[in-house]
Design a protein around this ligand. Structure first.
Ligand SMILES: [Mg+2]
Length: 221
């Protein structure tokens, strides 16, 4: 499987060090509060995000009668949400501090499925919360892009994501990458079991930092 033609050129901008550990982090629901940000966006227009399952479609409801709106309407709203709010999402507590500390011993990049035309907004939004790292705007499951990036590294590589399909995709295409299933929002975290293909499930940054640091040390880094 090959990289998407809109994703491949973004990898040319990365300047990775071969023998330094690499942390590849998702953004939404790992570094920034996607669910909380989406709910607040929806509430401004008479809707809300009913976090009763991991899906978004079917869970966006009208405040006045609690009816779910259609899948097409949800897609249009998500587009508007990414356009208007990507730059302004609240931080996941401790994320910037943990990455800053880990950056002394590892290189860090973000691989996010934010729409490609919102990549710069994502970069600006992360900078605002103290995370100034390269960002790849990926399309589709993340296994292939992680494989391409990890193949340039001869040191431990870590991958963090909230979506089990992405964890499975990385397990399939880049089996050597250490996979941490991370779901920041406690309401979502309660709904979702540890991904089948993760090495560990951790939902807070102080614990993730300790885990990564201990693992790097066990590998001699
Ligand atoms: Mg995510």
């Amino acid at each position: 499987m090959n990289l998407h033609e809109d994703v491949a050129p973004q990898l040319d901008d990365l300047h990775l060090v071969v023998d330094r550990p690499l942390i590849i982090s998702d953004a939404d629901e790992v570094l920034v509060q996607f669910a909380a940000g989406l709910d607040s966006f929806l509430r401004d227009q008479g809707l809300y995000y009913d976090i009763s399952s991991f899906a978004i479609t079917g869970n966006v409801r009208r405040q006045d009668d609690n009816e779910a709106i259609s899948g097409d309407d949800v897609q249009a709203l998500l587009k508007a949400f990414f356009r208007e709010r990507t730059e302004h999402l609240p931080a996941v507590p401790g994320a910037a501090e943990a990455l800053k500390s880990l950056s002394k011993d590892a290189q860090i990049i973000v691989v996010s499925n934010v729409p490609v035309d919102q990549r710069d907004a994502r970069i600006r939004g992360l900078k605002k919360i103290g995370i100034d790292v390269p960002v790849i705007a990926n399309i589709g499951l993340k296994g292939v892009v992680v494989r391409e990036i990890a193949s340039q590294i001869d040191a431990p590589v870590y991958f963090l994501d909230d979506i089990p399909h992405n964890i499975a995709s990385v397990a399939e295409h880049a089996a050597d990458v250490h996979r941490i299933h991370f779901v920041a929002d406690p309401r979502l975290a309660r709904l979702i079991d540890p991904a089948q293909d993760c090495h560990t499930r951790i939902d807070d940054w102080p614990s993730a930092e300790t885990y990564i640091r201990d693992h790097m040390r066990s590998k001699g880094y």
